[in-house]
Design a protein around this ligand. Sequence first.
Ligand SMILES: [Zn+2]
Length: 203
Amino acid sequence: MNTRIGFGWDSHAFAPGVPLRIGGMTLDHPQGLAGHSDGDVLLHAITDALLGAVAAGDIGSFFPPGDPRWKDADSAIFLQLALEELHHAGYHIANVDTTLILAAPKIGPVAGEMRARVADLLGIEIEQVSIKAKTPEGLKLDGVAQCHAVAIVERAPDSDELKSMSAVIESQRQLEDVVEDLLSSVHGVPKKRDPVYDTEDIT
Ligand SMILES: [Zn+2]
């Protein structure tokens, strides 16, 4: 299987006195999202989507909320870890699609900048990142921000083949070395890797 999909979801409540961090940006708003970290609901959802795509657990299993190290942490750290898990598994991101659900502030005016920021954090092109936003009509959830994220990931081209190829080359070299050592010790055959020119000829 060369393509996998991951899904992530997150929610945080709005609270006064905290900066509003969404998509690795600080937005101008009277309230921010409360959380143990910086409460970046978008980055948390993407982090879970990437981890989920390679069945590597979820954000909480790597960064337990009670751990003082992650108090007010920049969520870019979580995203970076998910990326490393993804690459370790031999996959790279094809595209990421997200939907934010929040009453305010309006995301539309900053969506372009946010896509660029998230693409930068993920090391991909802006065209590979989609950020959409809706208001929570009829949900009575105006004090909450939610985010859904999906990620399609693809196996990095030939990563397996390259690995097995280099293993073959390595074992062939070792084999040749052994044979050459045997030949030179038994028959006095000079090693192929000795200098091909006679230094005394260079005059
Ligand atoms: Zn979160």
